[in-house]
Write a protein that binds this ligand. Structure first.
Ligand code: UDP
Length: 327
């Protein structure tokens, strides 16, 4: 039986992917170097290979050994401010590693590829809702490193027997509704994760980065999508590629923006108490507002979100955080 290769499958989103694939009876091989991933999140039935996506010989061998038929590529570095101070790390871990992986796919005849891209490719869009054809002008190395990978995929698909779907994630949050995995990085920087840590007293306070953005309450606005809805988009993309669909790019978000203060309020509702917050300057590389127009994903792949409710998202993040503390 052929298998799916999930790179970064020990990470937050990748581990949800493993479970979704295993749940529907697919064979899963995880490649992860455990730099930020957690071995215990991978899922017992998945085959685990510890190593780097950039190690082309390793990847070629595992493609042959496990008869890999599709690659879902999550591995990479994902922290926007860190990309500003360590740009070459981001071009190595995201762009160059992806190049090696794509090359291994071409050499071994893997035809299907699903790529974790990002809303950061749009930079500061001049529109309130971003569609796939909004100009791509990333303002930080993270967004650029991902956009360069999209370009490599586009050019490769034109030249070889190879098709891909790039999914541009907006802000991913929440945890597996069955409680099997969730965001587990102790030094995570993402808002809902940090707010959950603060709510449980594991961090002393939450910084609000920027209160002078041109947004209704002055704080940054994002489109927070539940990780399970995001994973559903990956399954649809994989099935479309297997069914012969052409290469394509989709935004993944709900089409509604929430400010930092609105997220804080939701976490306070879920926790049942106020959060200690501190107003801080803007972070490097942060755009004021990013909200997805995801019409294309809904119409083309028939994506139907199931968890489009900030309280559901925040409660699941908080539940996972509690579980982490208990283990
Ligand atoms: N943010 C914040 N405090 C935090 C973490 C994030 O105010 O501790 C803000 C950040 O400035 C942005 C939004 O929350 O406006 C989402 O940031 P996050 O790091 O979660 O994701 P990003 O949009 O940078 O990928």
């Amino acid at each position: 039986m052929s298998a799916i290769l999930v790179t970064g499958g020990a990470g937050y989103i990748g581990s949800h992917m493993n479970y979704a694939l295993l749940d529907r009876g697919e064979r899963v091989v995880v490649l992860d170097n455990l730099s930020t991933g957690v071995r215990g999140l991978i899922g017992a039935e998945a085959e685990f290979v510890e190593g780097d996506v950039a190690d082309r010989d390793l990847v070629r061998n595992l493609i042959r050994k496990h008869r890999i038929e599709a690659v879902i590529h999550f591995a990479g570095s994902i922290v926007v401010p860190e990309s500003v101070t360590k740009p070459l790390l981001y071009y190595a871990n995201n762009t160059m590693a992806s190049r090696a992986l794509i090359e291994a796919c071409i050499e071994e005849g893997v035809q299907h590829f699903v790529f974790s891209s990002t809303a950061a490719v749009y930079g500061i869009p001049g529109v309130s809702m971003v569609s796939e054809d909004t100009p791509k002008e990333p303002i930080n190395p993270y967004g650029r490193s991902k956009l360069m990978t999209e370009w490599m995929l586009e050019d490769t698909a034109k030249a070889h027997d190879f098709r891909y779907v790039a999914l541009r994630y907006f802000n991913v949050a929440g945890a597996d509704p069955k409680g099997r995995t969730g965001q587990s990085t102790p030094r995570a920087t993402h808002l809902i994760k940090r707010a959950a840590q603060v709510a449980l007293g594991r961090e002393p306070y939450l910084d609000i980065f920027g209160t002078d953005f041109p947004t209704p309450d002055g704080t940054g606005v994002r489109d927070y999508i539940h990780v399970s809805d995001l994973i559903a988009a990956h399954l649809l993309a994989l099935d479309a590629l297997r069914g012969g669909a052409g290469s394509d790019v989709f935004n993944c978000g709900y089409g509604r923006g929430l400010s930092v203060r609105e997220i804080v309020a939701a976490v306070e509702r879920a926790a049942g108490h106020k959060l200690p917050v501190r107003e801080a300057p803007r972070r490097a590389g942060d755009p004021p507002m990013l909200v997805a127009d995801s019409t294309k994903l809904k119409l083309t792949l028939n994506w139907q979100p199931r968890y489009d409710d900030v309280d559901v998202i925040v409660r699941s993040a908080l539940e996972w955080e509690r579980k982490l503390g208990a283990s």
